[in-house]
Write a protein of this length. Structure first.
Length: 149
C-alpha cells in the first residue's frame, strides 16, 4: 500500500507539466544568463541530475516492492523516511526546473523591453518631426525636386 501511494505521488510530481505551453516554439534559446551559461546547458545539467535521482529512486522502490509484507510492516518507519526523502528531492528538482525556466523567460522579457524602448524613442522622434506638418484632406501638396513654387 505504501509503495503504491509513493509511486502515485512521485509520478504526479514528475509527470505534471511544468508549464502550460510548449517550449518547442521558443526562438530565443540562445540567451545567455548572467553567469555565462545558456538555458540548454543549465537544463541539461538538471536533467542529468534528475535522471540519476530517478534511477536511485527506482532501485529503492524495487527493493521495497521485493520485501515481504511482514518486513514492510516492521521496517515501515525506515521506508517512510527513505521515500519521503525522495518526495522532497523531486519537489526540489521541480522547483529548480521552474526557476531556470523563469530565469530564461525573464531574460527574454528584458530583451523585448529594451527593443520596445528603442521603438518608442524612434516613434517619439518621428512624431516630433511631423508635429508642425499640416495636411489638407482636399488638396495634396507635391514637392518635386528642381521645381520652384
Amino acid at each position: 500500500m505504501m509503495g503504491d501511494l509513493f509511486l502515485y505521488v512521485i509520478t504526479s510530481i514528475l509527470f505534471t507539466p511544468l508549464t502550460s505551453c510548449s517550449l518547442e516554439g521558443m526562438e530565443n534559446d540562445k540567451l545567455i544568463a548572467p553567469d555565462g551559461m545558456g538555458i540548454e546547458y543549465r537544463l541539461k545539467y538538471l536533467v542529468d541530475r534528475t535522471a540519476d535521482d530517478i534511477k536511485v529512486c527506482s532501485n529503492v522502490c524495487d527493493a521495497y516492492m521485493k520485501k515481504r509484507p511482514l518486513a514492510k510492516a516492521l521496517m515501515s518507519p525506515v521506508w517512510d523516511a527513505k521515500l519521503l526523502c525522495f518526495i522532497r528531492l523531486f519537489a526540489t528538482r521541480r522547483k529548480e526546473f521552474e526557476f531556470e525556466l523563469t530565469l530564461h523567460t525573464s531574460r527574454g522579457v528584458d530583451t523585448a523591453n529594451a527593443k520596445l524602448d528603442v521603438i518608442e524613442e524612434t516613434t517619439r522622434s518621428l512624431n516630433e518631426q511631423f508635429v508642425y506638418s499640416h495636411f489638407c484632406p482636399n488638396r495634396a501638396l507635391i514637392l518635386v525636386p528642381g521645381w520652384i513654387l
